[in-house]
Design a protein around this ligand. Structure first.
Ligand SMILES: [Zn+2]
Length: 346
C-alpha cells in the first residue's frame, strides 16, 4: 500500500472495516453472516442465555443451540420474522442448561433436538431426576429460573457418533465432534462453503470457561483439531463473534493457564489456592488472553492442578461444581459472585 495516496488508503481501510462491522453484532440482535446464515448473541448478563445461530435450508431451518427456555422464546419470533420455513432441528452443542434446557420449547414449535451422543450420556450422568435417580441439575436450575420450572427436560432424540450432514446443494452444515473439551459431548457446526464455525462453549469470547465437566488438556488438543477446519468466522457459545483468532486465543488461554499451574506441581492444594490471585495477575497481563480471566479462575486452576495429579481444594471451590447455577449463568446475578439468585422476570 502506498501511504502517500490518501484516497487509496481510505479505500483500503474501509474495506478492512466492513467485515469487522458486519461481525460487531449487538447482544440480542440478529446478525446476518452470509445469505441464510444468522448469528444471535444471547443476553448472558441478564438472562444467562447462550449464543444461537440458524441456517435457512431449502425446506426448513436448522438452529444452533437450544438455549434456556426463555432464550428459545427470545429467538423463535426473530427467526419467524425472517422466514416462514419450519424450524425443524435444534442442535444442542452440549448438555448444559443454557444450551439444552430450551429443547422442550423447540419441540413445541415443531423441531427435533439433535446432539452428539455424548450429550445424552452426560444428561444421564447429571440430569438424574429424569432418568430414575435423585434430582439433578434441572431441578436445581428450576429453583432460581421460572422459565425452567415452567418447562421440562427434553433430551435430544436424534444423535450422531462422529458427524451428521445437512446439505441442500446450496448450504452444507456438518455437525462434528472432535473429542473432549468443555464437556464429553461437544458438538461443532461447520459450514465449509462460508467457512463459518459454531463452537458452542468449546470456544467462548470472554470469562466464561466452565471447566468442571470437561478436561483442559484434552480441550487444548480438541481446539487444535478444530483450527484445522480453516474457519474464517467463529461463532462462540458466549461473547461476541470473532475470526479465526478466536480459536487461537481460547487455546492460548488454556495453554498459559496450564503453564502457570504446572509451576506449582508438588504443592499442597492450599498453597495452590493461595497462588490463584498471582496467576490472575500474570494472565491478565497477556493482552491476547486477558479477557478470559474471570470468576471461574479458582475452579479452573483447581481443575488443571487435579488433571496434573494434584489433590482437589477443600472446601470446594464455589464455581467448581455447578455450571447452571454458577454466578455467570444465573439470571440477574451475572458477574456478581456473591449475589443471591433472583428470579428472572418473564
Ligand atoms: Zn454455556
Amino acid at each position: 500500500m502506498n501511504p502517500s495516496n490518501p484516497a487509496r488508503l481510505l479505500a483500503v481501510l474501509a474495506s478492512a472495516l466492513i467485515p469487522a462491522l458486519r461481525c460487531s453484532a449487538e447482544v440480542n440482535e440478529v446478525a446476518k453472516l452470509a445469505p441464510e446464515v444468522y448469528f444471535h448473541e444471547g443476553d448472558l448478563k441478564a438472562h444467562g442465555h447462550c449464543n444461537n445461530g440458524w441456517i435457512i435450508l431449502d425446506d426448513y431451518v436448522l438452529v444452533i443451540d437450544g438455549n434456556f427456555p426463555s432464550g428459545a422464546k427470545e429467538i423463535i419470533p426473530k427467526i419467524k420474522a425472517i422466514t416462514d420455513k419450519p424450524i425443524r432441528f435444534a442442535f444442542d452443542t452440549h448438555h448444559h442448561g443454557d444450551h439444552a434446557y430450551g429443547n422442550q420449547v423447540w419441540v413445541e414449535n415443531g423441531a427435533t433436538p439433535i446432539a452428539h451422543e455424548g450429550v445424552l450420556s452426560e444428561m444421564k450422568k447429571y440430569e438424574t431426576g429424569l432418568f430414575g435417580d435423585k434430582p439433578g441439575r434441572w431441578e436445581d436450575a428450576a429453583k432460581t429460573r421460572p422459565d425452567v420450572a415452567a418447562s421440562k427436560l427434553k433430551p435430544p432424540t436424534l444423535l450422531y457418533k462422529s458427524e451428521m450432514i445437512f446439505d441442500d446443494g446450496r448450504h452444507r452444515v456438518e455437525l462434528l465432534h472432535f473429542g473432549v473439551a468443555h464437556t464429553h459431548g461437544d458438538g461443532w457446526a461447520w459450514l465449509p462453503n462460508e467457512k463459518i464455525l459454531f463452537t458452542g462453549d468449546a470456544c467462548v469470547n470472554g470469562p466464561y470457561n466452565y471447566t468442571a465437566d470437561g478436561n483442559v488438556g484434552d480441550w487444548i488438543r480438541t481446539l487444535e483439531t478444530a483450527k484445522k477446519l480453516g474457519a474464517k468466522t467463529v461463532c462462540p457459545g458466549h461473547g461476541p463473534i470473532g475470526g479465526a483468532e478466536l480459536l487461537e486465543d481460547q487455546q492460548a488461554y488454556f495453554a498459559a493457564l496450564t503453564a502457570e499451574v504446572k509451576k506449582l506441581t508438588g504443592k499442597e492444594p492450599d498453597e495452590v489456592r493461595q497462588a490463584v490471585e498471582g496467576i490472575r495477575d500474570t494472565l491478565k497481563k497477556q493482552e491476547r488472553i486477558a479477557r478470559y480471566v474471570g470468576n471461574f479462575l479458582p475452579a479452573q486452576v483447581e481443575k488443571v492442578f487435579v488433571e496434573l495429579g494434584g489433590k482437589p481444594f477443600l472446601p470446594k471451590t464455589a464455581t467448581a461444581d455447578d455450571h447452571d447455577t454458577a454466578p455467570q449463568f444465573r439470571p440477574h446475578t451475572a458477574m456478581r459472585s456473591n449475589a443471591r439468585p433472583v428470579p428472572v422476570q418473564q
